[in-house]
Design a protein around this ligand. Structure first.
Ligand code: GSH
Length: 246
């Protein structure tokens, strides 16, 4: 039996692991769990409540995108995903700092505009939930997810204000060759899917547009469906955009 990867469709750390498995040429079966009920399945199977988790053919279980990538590297060293302390640090930052920003902005966006959730099902295994079901279930799902992810309005406002600084950091890593090299490394695989998910948020898209980070977002993860419209967050929450000079 091949490895079994437990995911939520559209989850950015799950995309990290799926791409790493593909690069390493490791066969696996994808088990898609519906949020937020995935937490109830993951805890008894892996000990913690989050996806991704993987069960290898030999029965070894690993949970968490960074731990899984390290284990993949140990099992299949080629092509290498690690290469020095800068990559390690960018990977850590991508997991601990950037990853939660996408959750804290996406769930409040869905609560404000539940119909957008329908398109994010594109490409998932099994049938899509019809729009009326999504709209009926959205108040409960988004409330639970916002609580699980500490996705308060204050956090969303602070994240929006902080985003240009986070994107500057990513652009600087790209300029220094830590990210965006010829071969993807663990930090690329950690940061790019979060950028791609952030790019689906209408109020965030203009902040990423035209940056080197935007190219990185699409380089390995170009097929994520779904978008939320601009204007879901109050205008005063958004950071000032640099003036365009002629
Ligand atoms: N940083 C961890 C976190 C994973 C994580 O939080 N995954 C989300 C989905 S994107 C999740 O399972 N959330 C459910 C919960 O918090 O209970 C990783 O990269 O594996």
């Amino acid at each position: 039996m091949p490895a079994k990867l437990y995911v939520v469709h559209g989850s950015h750390p799950c995309d990290t692991v799926a791409k790493a498995l593909e690069l390493k040429g490791i066969a696996y079966k994808r088990i898609e769990l519906p949020p937020p009920s995935h937490a109830l399945v993951m805890r008894p199977l892996f000990g913690g409540r989050t996806v991704p988790g993987i069960r290898f053919e030999d029965g070894t279980k690993v949970q968490g995108s960074r731990a899984i990538l390290r284990e993949l590297e140990r099992r299949v060293p080629e092509p290498p995903l690690y290469g020095g302390p800068e990559v390690d640090e960018a990977e850590r930052w991508g997991d601990e700092v950037l990853q939660p920003v996408a959750r804290r902005l996406l769930w409040p966006s869905f609560q404000r505009h539940p119909e957008a959730m329908h398109a994010y099902q594109e490409g998932q295994r099994g049938p899509k939930l019809p729009l009326p079901v999504i709209k009926a279930a959205a108040p409960v799902i988004t409330r639970v997810e916002r609580r699980m992810n500490a996705a308060t309005d204050a956090a969303a406002r602070a994240d929006l204000q902080a985003l240009p600084g986070l994107l500057d950091k990513i652009d600087a890593w790209i300029a220094a060759g830590v990210l965006g090299g010829a071969q993807p490394n663990a930090a690329d695989l950690q940061i790019a899917p979060t950028l791609r998910l952030l790019h689906t948020i209408g109020d965030v898209r203009p902040l990423i547009a035209g940056r080197p980070a935007e190219e990185l977002a699409f380089r390995y993860f170009d097929r994520l469906p779904g978008e939320t419209p601009a204007g879901l967050f109050p205008a005063e929450w958004l950071p000032a955009q640099p003036a365009v000079t002629a």
